[in-house]
Design a protein around this ligand. Structure first.
Ligand code: ADP
Ligand code: ADP
Ligand code: ZN
Ligand code: ZN
Length: 858
């Protein structure tokens, strides 16, 4: 377009120019966007926004950075891939903040990822109140992740593991040969342990309970691991005879005590299955020394305002701020009064010195400053100690954003992925303030967004489309937002200029009601909620008000318990470190009354990953891959070779590539740099052996099928009813752009949720299900959201009940019933502040949603 600069007042920097971008579906895109501006990338899901913003602009900036700091990183860059683009000029160094996908460590917390914790440790070290005679501790000694600070009993885990005899030996009437020790390995290794016991002179053929106590204790608890020649599978008497007769021992075996076996395996095994198995023999208790606080006693004896560092870190950030402000003010007053007053130590003891008060003021004020952007982004309800696996992707991204705000960087471009995800419109206003702040400091912002409010707020809009995948990949518009009004092809246009929206559904009458009383979960304390049946209910409220706690945690569990059958919530099995995860959420309680006759199932469709390994993908999860493999096995070629459906699986050996075991990639360790995955040299990423790939169905091999997008596959599989049904459901939820083989680990929370929803939609509907969804439209362009809502409406039309968390007031406006939680976040929330039809809530609602809802109702 002719006007290549935004109309805002600040000085315009040279532009960023992209020529010939062809990453993924981009069609040789040329683009010019201003620097020092808020540039928003829009378009339907799969149109190519991320391919342009992250895959091209950010990737190129990253490549140049790597090249400049480490010429030897060539290899890394080659492996990470160079974006397919002719040229990019004027691109500043980039910082990307994406919604995290996949694994997070239970050891990282709000405090550690924002680095606020290090400041808190400093505060406790330098300005905390120490018991008389206790020397000052170093900041590291307040960290649970250091040897210096961790509780010596539990090593900073807060819990201790025990392996109780009742668990290891569930049936003491059995003999060891009859597998009395349930925790021992089953197969060959189990025999070996028994053979060694016999060689050591223990009787393995008397009931466990009849063995002498000291024998039982040694077998269970010894730390010794004797290694000795043994005779295989003999009784004690036979073994004695064999030894007496000088018979040649069968082999040499090593003994491991039953407890040691469990603990060692739990700590060291690489197999998730083994880990799960031995975990069953562990009992977990709160550490008796630190009471779950994870720190050594000396560190916990240091306090500020009567709180130790663990209690301090458990406070919601807005309460922490108030506490610090009060204490800092008091310390200042004390200093002015010219004496070492005890202002910041309400728990008595010696007066702090003037230096200590000064340190307290300086560090305390710094801390309040660091907390401000976190609170401004609507996250004041979190505590520093909250572990990252319990946070949503949006919360995590906003925390990272808040951290950037205090980092004093300028002249960089921040590339953000839907920062408004999970935000109530009221919180979006605050977010825009933060983005403006970053811009004012001399940074550029490239933001992939679906929020119409943020599009309207942008200096520059880049609209990509018109459709997804093959039908997208073109820049329809690039310029100041107002200009989009002229672009007829743009799906986004109608939403930004307000003449497109969801058709309201004729209001429905509830078919009955559920009454949930005395609900307790996280910040919900003794709430009562009525859920109308046979209608679409939207639960809204500011972030942190308790929507997820109510809708995705309490509701399905309570109703599921009442139904007796449990829920069909698709929870992935806990793996690896998850087993160590402390679930900090509070007990769930409540009772359900009302008419449950119309409800047979509860299905909770959440944003948790559909699988933790690259082995599960869209095709396997929806079950369509089973059908595809069967088609391949039915080909004459496959039958001639004797290939069964399993041959076409990459999860079992047979047809998959043996080098990468069907992963398609292998890990490369790099000196000084994080290890990277690189394409498998043998199968070149196809995951299969070449012999498997020789079998074709309609001219394509199995790897080529996995590389297809859902939409391509939909055309390709014409006439194959079972396969088409799954593919149609995926397209209906806006996932037509996903590749069939796209690993589950690459899906965002919203995409994973829509895959689950599609799997549900492909089932035949019996009209007796309660569907529970948490923010199903997050991450969706308005047009995709509309399509999704139309499907939810059809589920309700078929007699089902849908309850969903929803923050987009356009969508809330078309629900039959609205429940608003609030009024605030965390402890200031957790109550029902408004219920009724959308119009009723808009007109009379006491919560922050009323005005936004009224605007959406027009
Ligand atoms: P958006 O961000 O607009 O939702 P994307 O840029 O993620 O869209 O995707 C655009 C197109 O590129 C889609 O057709 C998608 O399937 C394809 N695509 C995305 N990532 C990859 C990838 N890693 N490999 C191949 N194709 C991809
Ligand atoms: P919303 O869905 O409205 O954003 P949530 O239900 O996620 O709110 O959170 C409500 C409150 O419960 C917040 O104070 C939050 O910090 C707390 N909370 C939610 N999940 C957990 C958890 N797993 N552990 C501890 N606190 C939690
Ligand atoms: Zn401890
Ligand atoms: Zn391979």
């Amino acid at each position: 377009s002719a006007s290549s600069v935004p109309t805002s007042s600040h000085v315009i920097q040279p532009d960023v120019r992209v020529r010939g971008a062809r990453e993924h579906n981009l069609r040789n895109v040329d683009l010019t966007v201003p620097r020092d501006a808020l540039v928003v990338f829009t378009g339907v899901s799969g149109s190519g926004k991320s391919s342009l913003a992250f895959g091209t602009l950010y990737a190129e900036s990253q490549r140049r950075y790597l090249e400049s700091v480490a010429p030897y990183a060539r290899r890394l860059i080659d492996q990470a891939g160079v974006p397919d683009v002719d040229s990019i000029t004027g691109m500043p160094p980039a910082v990307a903040l994406q919604q995290q996908r996949g694994g997070r460590s239970a050891r990282s917390s709000v405090g550690s990822i924002t680095t606020v914790s290090s400041l808190v440790r400093m505060l406790f070290s330098r300005a905390g109140h120490y018991p008389v005679d206790q020397p000052m501790l170093l900041a590291e000694e307040f960290s649970t992740n250091t040897v210096e600070g961790a509780c010596p009993e539990c090593h900073g885990i807060g819990r201790v593991f025990d392996v109780p005899e009742e668990k290891m030996v569930p049936d003491p009437t059995l003999t060891i040969r009859e597998r009395a020790i349930d925790s021992w390995p089953k197969a060959w290794h189990g025999h070996q342990l028994r053979d060694v016991l016999v060689a050591l002179g223990y009787d393995v053929d008397v009931p466990w309970k009849d063995l002498p106590r000291e024998h039982r204790d040694w077998i269970l608890y010894t730390e010794e691991t004797p290694h000795m020649p043994v005779h295989s599978r003999l009784t004690l008497a036979e073994a004695k005879e064999a030894i007496a007769a000088g018979a040649e021992p069968t082999y040499s075996g090593t003994f491991v005590g039953a407890r040691k076996y469990v603990l060692d395996t739990f700590a060291n095994t690489k197999s998730a299955g083994m880990k799960r198995r031995v975990a069953e023999f562990l009992s977990v208790e709160t550490c008796p020394v630190c009471h779950g606080k994870k720190l050594k006693p000396e560190a916990l004896s240091v306090t500020i305002a009567g709180r130790d560092i663990a209690e301090f870190s458990a406070l919601p950030l807005h309460e922490l701020t108030t506490l610090l402000e009060t204490e800092v003010a008091a310390a200042k007053a004390g200093m002015e009064a010219g004496e070492g007053s005890d202002a910041h130590d309400s728990d008595g003891g010696a007066h702090p010195s003037a230096e200590k008060s000064a340190a307290f003021v300086r560090l305390g004020e710094g801390l309040v400053e660091r907390l401000r952007p976190i609170r401004d982004l609507g996250l004041g309800y979190l505590s520093l100690g909250r572990t990252t696996p319990t946070l949503s992707g949006g919360e995590l991204q906003r925390l990272r954003l808040a951290t950037q705000l205090t980092s004093d960087l300028f002249g960089v471009v921040y590339v953000l992925d839907e920062p408004s995800a999970g935000l109530h419109p009221q919180d979006v206003d605050a977010l825009m303030g933060i983005l403006d702040g970053l811009k004012a400091r001399g940074n550029s912002l490239f933001v992939v967004e679906h929020s119409v409010d943020i599009m309207r707020h942008a200096d520059w809009l880049v609209d990509i489309g018109p459709g997804a995948g093959e039908r997208g990949g073109e820049v329809l518009f690039s310029g100041p937002t107002a200009g989009l009004a002229e672009v007829e092809e743009s799906v986004t246009r109608g939403y930004v200029f307000g003449d497109r929206g969801l058709e309201p559904h004729p209001p429905r009458e509830p078919q009955g009601r559920l009454r949930l009383e005395g609900i307790r979960r996280n910040n919900i304390a003794d709430a009562t909620v009525e859920v109308p049946l046979g209608v679409l209910t939207a639960v809204t409220g500011v972030s942190g008000s308790g929507k997820s706690s109510l809708v995705s945690q309490a509701l399905p569990v309570l109703v599921g318990d009442r139904l007796g059958a449990g829920t069909e919530a698709s929870e992935p099995e806990p793996e690896g470190d998850d087993l160590l995860l402390v679930d900090e959420s509070e007990e769930l309680a409540g009772t359900v009354t009302g008419d449950l006759t119309g409800i047979r199932r509860v299905v909770s469709i959440d944003q948790k990953p559909i699988g933790r390994t690259p082995r599960s993908n869209v095709a396997t999860y929806t079950g369509l891959f089973d059908h595809v493999r069967r088609r391949f096995a039915e080909t004459p070629e496959a039958r001639e070779r004797g290939y069964k459906p399993g041959r076409f699986s990459f999860n079992v050996s047979g047809g998959r590539c043996p080098t990468c075991e069907g992963e398609g990639s292998v890990m490369v360790e790099l000196l000084f740099l994080p290890s990277v995955y690189t394409e498998c040299p043998d199968c070149h990423g196809t995951r299969f052996q070449s012999s498997t790939l020789e079998v074709l169905w309609r001219g394509r091999n199995i790897a080529e099928i996995l590389a297809m997008s859902v939409e391509e596959a939909h055309e390709f599989f014409t006439g194959e009813f079972d396969i088409i049904r799954s593919l149609t459901a995926l397209i209906d939820v806006g996932l037509g752009y996903l590749r069939l083989g796209q690993p589950a680990t690459e899906l965002s929370g919203g995409e994973a949720q829509r895959v689950k929803l599609a799997s549900e939609l492909q089932r035949s509907q019996r009209g007796d299900t309660l569907y529970v969804l948490d923010e199903p439209t997050s991450g969706l362009h308005c047009a995709d959201a509309d399509r999704l809502v139309a499907h939810l409406q059809s589920l309700v039309d078929a007699g089902n009940t849908v309850v969903m968390v929803e923050l987009d007031m356009r969508v809330v406006a078309v629900a039959d019933h609205v429940i608003e939680l609030g009024p605030g976040a965390g402890r200031a929330g957790g109550q029902v502040v408004a219920t009724g039809s959308p119009a009723e809530v808009a007109a009379t609602g006491a919560g922050p949603s009323a005005t936004y809802l009224a605007a959406a109702l027009g």
